[in-house]
Design a binder for this molecule. Sequence first.
Ligand SMILES: [Zn+2]
Length: 308
Amino acid sequence: MTTRRTLLTAAAALPLAAPAILRATGARAQGDDAPATGPLAHRTRPFAIGGLTVTPLLSGAAVRDDPHSIFGLNVDDATFEEVSAEARIPADAAQFFFTPTLVEDGTNVILFDTGLDPTGMTAALEAAGRAPGDVTHVAITHMHPDHIGGLSQDGTPTFENAEHLAGATEMAAWEEDPSDAFTAKVLPIRDRFTLIEPGAAVGPAEAVEAFGHTPGHMAFRVADGDAAMLLIADTANHPIWSLEHPDWEVLFDMDKAAAAATRRELLGMAAADGTPILGYHMPFPAVGYVEEAGDGFRWIPHSYQLFL
Ligand SMILES: [Zn+2]
């Protein structure tokens, strides 16, 4: 059973929920018998992309104080507060979501990223009617703790029947300079991984180079015929601070200039062709559209388009 304490402990180790003061939300949903409240009350939301089923899985959520210590490192407080006020969001706290995504084509059951820990990941999967043993492929966008946390526990893989896929560049970077999370979650199951390059096919998805947030960060384009969705992972992590201002520096972007260039490139592509995007940390269900606006982009949350 995951308690508030274990959720906080897990959250403390991950970038977007990092140090300072955290208020975990919906923590009871992770194991208590009481009904889920808050964002975790609704953990799944399937969409149709052509003949594919794409299901965002809410594996966790957390409130982070002082978001200006994460977003907009290169702008002053007054600018940050003004932009936030115009968007009707507070400047002193923000809610983040952790949204691994399941893509099913009738044969493959592909999980993109694994959340904070196996408990939250498994609970979200089960809410979607799936068990860890059903997953045929696990694809990792990058190796920050909030994306690899659900891969294993004490050396035991969570997805025992799955082929594990990760970017060759990403794996090499963390092998060279291993984090605690990499050592705990990836290394014990390292021999399960097949390394892939941008352009590689993963079932109906194609890996897309999106370097910058981490050295080998990858997005995935999921497509069936003309229908497509772009899983942008951590290319842009906030609908206002990242999309409206792609050049605002983000604490967890390891190469800030490359990350900003990738943001503009991927969001520009999605804006140009109208492809819906799914952002791992965006407000659940994390799906929306973008259009060019001002010096950046405007976020148009999904309402019902993909259900028609
Ligand atoms: Zn992340």
